[in-house]
Design a protein around this ligand. Structure first.
Ligand code: GRF
Length: 210
């Protein structure tokens, strides 16, 4: 059956694991007035549990297994880019996607790729953010959605939400509180970007060069 054009941005979500942020985006995108449609979920891990959650939601899935490409990151990224182009993707959401892209790939999707990070950037870039927040003794922690740039966890911020760090918190209790915030801000951030209300337009992306 031919697809009807909807005027909605076509979104791919890239995952490596359980995909709870993916589910939050899929749920939000069910609303008629939501400006984006989730049309593809891609995992770099064949065993990611999020894949079956995506299929249950009726979303097309693909696997681009990085291990099949060995050290050849460029080949992995070409395969990923081919999936995205085949599905005529407008915007990419990284949601627990545990691979770093090369600057060349990031440039192809400049201004059109978002990531969610479980900390209040620029604090606690990288891994183990909840443990590090507890060790640092911060009173507030949280989550950030940002445009992806070549430097890890560093692009312009689209949305942030802070949560309190409570007496007696463990990594798990804090992670849970932050995750609830993640599930609120990712759909909000994607809406802003899909509606063109949050933009980041460096000069050398593929769109601009057409
Ligand atoms: C989230 O905490 C996200 O911020 C981080 O990885 C985790 C992924 O969780 N980048 P999920 O797969 O979305 O449940």
């Amino acid at each position: 059956m031919a697809e009807k054009p909807t005027g909605k941005k076509r979104v791919a979500i890239l995952i490596s694991g359980r995909g709870s942020n993916m589910v939050a985006l899929i749920e939000a995108a069910k609303a008629d007035d939501y400006p984006a449609a989730i049309v593809l979920v891609v995992s770099n891990r064949p065993d990611a549990s999020g894949l079956s959650r995506a299929r249950e939601a009726g979303i097309e899935t693909a696997i681009v297994d990085h291990r099949q490409f060995g050290e050849d990151r460029a080949a992995f990224e070409r395969a990923m880019d081919a999936q995205l182009r085949q599905h005529r993707i407008d915007l990419v959401c990284l949601a627990g996607f545990m691979r770093l892209f090369t600057p060349a790939f990031v440039r192809l999707w400049n201004g059109r790729m978002l990531n969610i990070h479980p900390a209040l950037l620029p604090q606690f870039k990288g891994l183990h953010t909840h443990r590090r927040a507890l060790e640092a003794g911060v009173k507030r922690h949280g989550a950030t959605v940002h445009f992806v740039v070549p430097e890890m966890d560093s692009g312009p911020i689209v949305a942030q939400e802070s949560v309190p760090v409570l007496e007696g918190d463990t990594e798990e209790t804090l992670a849970h509180r932050v995750l609830e915030a993640e599930h609120r801000i990712y759909p909000q951030a994607l809406r802003l970007v899909a509606e063109g209300r949050a933009t980041f337009a460096p000069s050398n992306n593929r769109e601009a060069s057409h």
